[in-house]
Design a protein around this ligand. Structure first.
Ligand code: NAP
Length: 283
């Protein structure tokens, strides 16, 4: 493991974060943990996506693809080898995916679940033995308010996040026996690269048949969280890190534009919710 980490304080928590590409939530979380003097292992599929952190001694950088057993094992072993522990795991890596469920290629659905759901679980399974031995640790899964009201065009993504929310609830109960706290961080609309990444994947999908007339609405959905009012990434990260580092972190932490609206949507009668989603998403 490459180290620029001589400035790291050995008494501070070791935090491992997935998906730390510049401009995204993981990157901002890495910086916010470092501000709190944590020892941060920032990871991304490619180091070239984290160049801003490259020569900063507060970070250790690693390449990690959450879809790969080998990659996850290598990095977790390296972190435990270097520090002897992992105090906080943040499962942040994730992809948005847009397209009508009746026509979207199953390979796109599988890729979304492989990253958002199985990727997070793969990380959990790799770090839990280390945390359980010390009877100490925090696992943070980054969910989404989108899972609270599943509208048109992003069913793949919302289903993956709903699955992650369910896994998180179960993990909290199961891992509580071993002194491990599990936190569901549920962002609202936060500034990041998520729209651009979703469109890049979308552009590789085939033309729709029945759903061709909805092309503009579907593309729009990819950028829904990135409109004018989205919450600045740093603000989200600062507040989230403060919640995670509490001695008793909350089971559920939501922050950002639309987080209150979506919590209300969740409790609305289905007919009202459908009416609103249809109007907003041109569904
Ligand atoms: N932004 C929002 O409004 C919002 C709202 C709710 C939830 N979220 C969630 O927040 C998390 C971060 O997303 P973001 O908004 O910051 O989007 P982003 O800027 O696109 O960041 C996503 C990160 O995940 C990484 N990633 C994708 N596939 C991966 C894989 N197989 N292995 C490892 N890393 C992988 C990406 O790496 P590359 O750079 O290599 O693609 C990138 O670093 C996601 O879980 C997302 O669902 C975001």
């Amino acid at each position: 493991m490459e180290t620029h980490s001589h400035d790291q304080d050995p008494t501070k928590p070791v935090v491992l974060i997935t998906g730390c590409s510049t401009g995204g939530i993981g990157h901002a979380l890495a910086c916010a943990f470092a501000e709190k003097k944590c020892r941060v292992v920032a990871t991304s599929r490619s180091r070239s996506r984290m160049t801003e952190l490259e020569h900063d001694s507060r970070f250790v950088l690693e390449e990690l693809d959450v879809q790969s057993d080998e990659s996850v094992r290598r990095v977790v072993d390296a972190v435990v080898g270097k520090y002897g522990c992992i105090d906080v795991l943040v499962n942040n890596a994730g992809v948005q995916c847009v397209g009508p469920l009746a026509e979207i290629p199953l390979s796109s659905v599988q890729n979304t679940f492989d990253t958002n759901v199985f990727g997070s679980l793969r990380m959990v399974q790799a770090v839990v033995p280390h945390m359980a031995t010390r009877r100490k640790g925090k696992i943070v899964n980054i969910g989404s308010v989108a899972a609270l009201a599943s509208g048109p065009w992003s069913g793949t993504y919302t289903a993956s996040k709903a699955a992650l929310h369910a896994l998180t609830d179960t993990l909290r109960l199961e891992l509580g026996h071993f002194g491990i706290d599990v936190v569901n961080v549920v962002p609202g609309a936060i500034k990041s690269n998520i729209g651009d990444s979703a469109i890049a994947s979308y552009n590789r999908m085939p033309e729709w048949k029945l759903f061709k007339p909805f092309e503009a609405a579907i593309r729009d959905r990819a950028y829904f969280s990135q409109k004018l009012k989205s919450t600045p990434t740093d603000e989200f990260a600062k507040n989230t890190v403060a919640a995670i580092l509490k001695e008793k972190p909350p089971a559920w932490f939501t922050y950002g534009h639309y987080s209150t609206v979506m919590a209300i949507m969740y409790h609305l009668p289905i007919s009202v919710r459908d009416f609103i989603l249809k109007k907003v998403m041109n569904g």
